[in-house]
Design a protein around this ligand. Structure first.
Ligand code: SAH
Length: 388
């Protein structure tokens, strides 16, 4: 079955992007069903690649290979997952890491996180969803997984005509356990935690705060399970205020603090958009402020509001930093690209009337590889700034 692109379309796909949009297609030969493997050609009939199709989705084809002779079957996925693991092992990952990062690993719409010998999976498109049991088998047979869990309770699946679902793809096993990262212990809840249970993408950035928290007063805003707050305590912070709007998050953060015996962390359950301005008014300040807000937008339409949200939070956050102190600020929305992120934080600093110096630019961890030309793979970015 073949998909022929229109003249003038397909350049992006030929240059390496894996997505073919419905409005780029001239013709589909052979009546493929949802999830079937099709070959994609440009208008000159030059082969571009093979992937799975879903005519219900705006992203109609997602390419899996550029090799016309490669068959998409169980051994294709096994080989791909072996290279995913080889890349991570080369970079020093051993126990807990993202094994597959979708388009970043040429496995579109597939996310797999590994926590020791337990794997959590998301198949976010109809074409990838068809393979989920095969992929679980590979993890059990070839990766010696003790269990595989599916966290497909993600709204984006509805764009693909899929339902939201979570559950075991192996024999049942305990989905709550304790994991350790660089000497800090965390409760992980694969079933009830956000996304796949723990934000592995901030791993390098948790280490990057080491020097700016020692003996300092720290605010960790949007703490969730307290990952930055705990690392701040681990690196010797004098006091840490960990803030989140969700009472559940604060409870998880507190349980994690207890697990590690950290006494200097205080949980605050509040809306950052209310509390930060209030603290600014009261003249409260911290040596170091960490801002790791949610994406604020999951689509391009919401970008203006998201920019407003980021600017507001950064403006307040900057004002809460003592002169000479530090701000670590993040955005996990890929719509907020690097330039927009810099511009927004710069505008916030300007409105706050503070001069900032860039200490370090931060990125998503290396087990979430960014593929050049596939901008959607770059979502998490951050800055450590000194606020003068
Ligand atoms: N820093 C965390 C991840 C943060 S996820 C980590 O490293 O694991 C974003 C968090 O922001 C969620 O826990 C969510 O409950 C919280 N949140 C969302 N809106 C908020 C608001 N207006 N005020 C405070 N917290 C908020």
């Amino acid at each position: 079955m073949e998909v022929i692109l229109q003249k003038g379309k397909g350049r992006r796909v030929e240059d390496g992007h894996p997505w073919v949009y419905g409005n780029e297609i001239e013709h589909i030969n052979g009546n493929p069903q949802t999830g079937d493997i099709v070959s994609v050609y440009n208008f000159r009939k030059d082969f571009i690649g093979k992937g799975y199709i879903n005519t219900l989705s705006q992203i109609t084809v997602r390419l899996l290979t550029r090799d016309a002779d490669e068959t998409i079957d169980k051994s294709f996925f096994r080989n791909r997952l072996f290279s995913c693991r080889a890349y991570r092992e080369t970079l020093g990952y051993t126990t807990n890491y993202r094994l597959a990062f979708g388009e970043g690993d040429m496995l579109p719409a597939l996310v797999i996180d590994k926590f020791a010998d337990v794997y959590v999976m998301q198949t976010l498109s109809a074409g990838m969803d068809k393979w989920k049991n095969i992929i679980a088998e590979i993890l059990l047979e070839d990766f010696h997984a003790s269990g595989v869990y599916e966290r497909n309770d993600v709204p984006v699946r509805t764009l693909e005509g899929l339902t939201e679902h979570k559950g075991f793809l192996s024999e049942p096993f305990p989905t709550r356990f304790v994991m350790e990262e660089e000497g800090v212990r965390f409760h992980v809840d694969l079933d009830a935690g956000q996304k796949t249970g723990f934000f592995l993408d901030q791993k390098d950035n948790r280490l990057a705060i080491a020097q700016i928290v020692k003996n300092k007063s720290v605010l960790d805003c949007f703490t969730y399970t307290g990952s930055f707050a705990l690392f701040a305590a681990h690196f010797g912070a004098a006091s840490v205020q960990a803030l989140d709007i969700s009472a559940d998050a604060i409870r998880m953060m507190q349980a994690n603090a207890e697990l590690n015996g950290f006494k200097q962390i205080e949980g605050i359950c509040a809306n950052a958009f209310d509390v930060l301005p209030q603290w600014v008014k009261e003249g409260k300040q911290f040596d170091t402020v960490i801002l790791d807000p949610p994406a604020f937008t999951k689509n391009r339409k919401g970008i203006d509001n998201a920019i407003k949200g980021y600017k507001e939070i950064n403006l307040r956050g900057i004002r809460l930093v003592k002169p000479g102190g530090f701000l670590a600020t993040f955005s996990c929305s890929h719509f907020m690209d690097v330039n927009l992120f810099y511009d927004t934080v710069a505008a916030a600093a300007k409105d706050a009337g503070r001069t900032v110096r860039e200490v370090q630019f931060l990125n998503q961890a290396k087990d979430h590889p960014v593929v050049w030309g596939v901008q959607e793979t770059h979502y998490l970015k951050g800055l450590i700034l000194q606020v003068l």
